[in-house]
Design a protein around this ligand. Sequence first.
Ligand code: MGD
Ligand code: MGD
Ligand code: SF4
Ligand code: MO
Length: 747
Amino acid sequence: MRNAAASTITELATHRREHTVCRACHANCSLIMEFEGDKVVNVIGDKHNPVSFGFSCVKGRTMADYHRLPSRLLTSQKRVGNKFEPTGSAQAIDEIAAKLEAIIAEHGPRSVAAFCGTFGYLNIQASMFLKSFLEAIGSKMFFDSATIDQPGKFVAYALHGPWLAGCRRNSEEVDVAIVIGQNQVVALSGAFGLAPAHNIVEGKKRGMKLIVVDPRRSETAHHADLHLQCQPGEDPAIVAGMIRVVLSEGIYDKAFVASEADGIEALRTAVEPFTPDVVATRAGIAANDLIAAARMFAAGNKGMLVCGTGPNMSPRGALTEYLGRCLVTLCGHWPRAGEPVGNPGVLLRPPGPVMAATPGPTPAWGFGEKLRVNGLTNTAAGMPAPALPDEILTPGEGQVKALFVVGGNPMLAFPDQHKVQRALQSLDLLVTVDPAMSATARLGHYVIAPTLPLEVPTVSSFFEWSGNAGLIWGYDIPYSQYSPALLPKPPGSDLLDEWDFFFRLARQMGRQLSFKPLTYTHPDEAAAHAYPMDMQCDYRNEDILAMCYEDSPVPLSEVIAKGREGHVFDVPKKTVQPKPADWKGRFDIGNGIMLDELADVAATSAYSGSTEFPLLLLSRRLREHYNTSWHELDALKKKHPSNPAFMHPADMVRLGLRAGDVAEITSDTGTIYGLVAEAPELREGCVSMAHGWGVNPNEAEDPVRHGGCTSRLSSTDRDCDPYTWMARQSAIPVRIAKAAENLAKSA
Ligand SMILES: Nc1nc2c(c(=O)[nH]1)N[C@H]1C(S)=C(S)[C@@H](COP(=O)(O)OP(=O)(O)OC[C@H]3O[C@@H](n4cnc5c(=O)[nH]c(N)nc54)[C@H](O)[C@@H]3O)O[C@H]1N2
Ligand SMILES: Nc1nc2c(c(=O)[nH]1)N[C@H]1C(S)=C(S)[C@@H](COP(=O)(O)OP(=O)(O)OC[C@H]3O[C@@H](n4cnc5c(=O)[nH]c(N)nc54)[C@H](O)[C@@H]3O)O[C@H]1N2
Ligand code: SF4
Ligand SMILES: [Mo]
């Protein structure tokens, strides 16, 4: 008896539960980690959490295992000949600093560029320090993943004009939603908060109508009242068709449009060719469904429309986004004066007055740093990353010679994989900051091994930030969560936080970093509050957090004290303010460039493949994996060992393919392999495949283990958006055949 009692006491002493913020993706779900001693034995969602309601995904639940992956780099790596060798981080910094100084001396600061990938920008301290570092050396060549993602959003935002009260989100009242090519139930990005399936079901109980436009009956479309299972690439015609219905039936919000928008007559003329019958034929949907969708959206009082990566990666993504905004404006679905502001701000200060007004269009491109290729400039979505390989490859003054990649993996994620490889291999210096020997790292000179999320303290500010950036994501309530470091750094490791790497590198180079508190979400305000860092100080993570959120609406100390489990803070309530009587700003719903593009659509036949490449390859996400990472753990591979080529059963029969066969998928730029999986939910004639898999073109591939890299099928020499250079990453024309015996055998 005594022994049993003693062991219970020991168990009680060693068993503990800790709350944490998941940082395996942008959603920042609230998780509970159960420890036995130092060991994490279980991770679950927190059902009492007011924003994630217990939701978690398998990635979050395997967070701790991800920190202990055998392939994780515990020390930085340096290329020696054809091999990589471990190197101390201090030595790596010395050497990188010396190489950079030499490159800058010979080629100027513009020859140094940076790409901030998903795990760079999700870690907002990392991206802030990376930007500061570039600024300190005098380079404006900062690129991020927005221009290989949904640049159309930012461009359309600018051309149409933003709304100072923000986008409508899944607040309690939304009564109608149109979701175009976004699958939030899996991807967690979009307007339905952090527990999308839960929020959609709850919304529908209140009477919310959901319309989904997707060639696939996606997990989100599964909940739809109306699913337009369209031909890919026809989204501009579909939205133009809805606008035409709303205008011709006179069911738009005439008072709102008269008060807030210019250009309705130009828009009316431009959508005229898109009759329900024309759109139905082009997009392969029923004319009555298009009409019903438009009427449903117009009839709502509080509607929201959101586009995802589907239309943004298919032809004319900016046009679809632009027309989507015009439809929202026509229906008057923007938050109005007097409505409550869901989240007045906890750690961040919203960018300006929350007002029912638009300042009018803002510059979409044509400003800032000029690229030397394709006539490109900086844009509202940032510098055009798909053109970075051409910038690297094009000789002449200003040619990029050194590249930092932080939390990104261009070799598997940028379009035109062959060109990306040529570009990266031609660099004098390629440094990745990455826990893995990624496909990009394998072509580089140094890999800096970073700490991982559970090893550092953090706050859930990324999701709050996205609510201020016009992304339609963000908290609806004044919520924040703080998590201390929960796991020690692995024994014997030599790891640096991303911010600390750039701080130390600047110090080594004798450069001065400027610190821009994250509290101020408006760039001008952040710049006004910037101050020089003490370059001799050995800052700790806690110092940096305090500096990031100084002067936050709720003091960081209070978030730390009350926010361990996630907390809704008692901040003064705000309402959307009316605009002043003499306010001049108006939306532009008749932008000439966009409407000329729409005229081009009207003048050309429906988007389709060709005789040689008859199928269209669509982008999609898999629940268990995240872009190019989260591929390794066994728990994640149970369902699919890599990225299957999902196909409609009728296409499989026609092509003589069976589930499990290795298919050879060929576009006019390359060939990849994928395991065929049956997907009756897909529109016939389409293949649906996640990106971010495969290997570099010079590496041996195993279709089962590596999957196929869909970027190898796209080109940046044509079909690109003229301003952001967004390439065709979805709706790529391909042909499919059964792979040769030897490849099939390796399956
Ligand atoms: N064809 C096609 N192409 C696409 C897409 C598509 O749908 N279809 N999607 C596009 C989209 S939306 C995006 S956002 C891009 C993504 O493009 P990238 O941002 O370039 O790719 P990721 O896979 O997100 O990069 C993740 C890298 O970060 C590393 N990493 C993981 N955790 C950490 C960490 O804590 N710290 C650091 N420093 N590194 C970490 C991983 O090992 C991996 O190498 O791809 C785009 N490419
Ligand atoms: N589990 C998981 N979550 C993720 C990611 C991940 O890799 N895994 N990636 C993250 C990233 S970086 C991002 S940007 C977001 C993206 O989030 P989403 O934009 O929701 O991305 P997907 O889940 O790929 O959904 C895109 C949908 O568009 C459809 N589609 C493809 N082409 C077309 C077209 O031409 N027209 C229309 N109407 N639809 C089309 C596809 O069938 C698919 O259902 O997800 C994020 N979340
Ligand atoms: S969706 Fe999954 S990976 Fe993303 S934050 Fe939530 S638990 Fe983490
Ligand atoms: Mo993305």
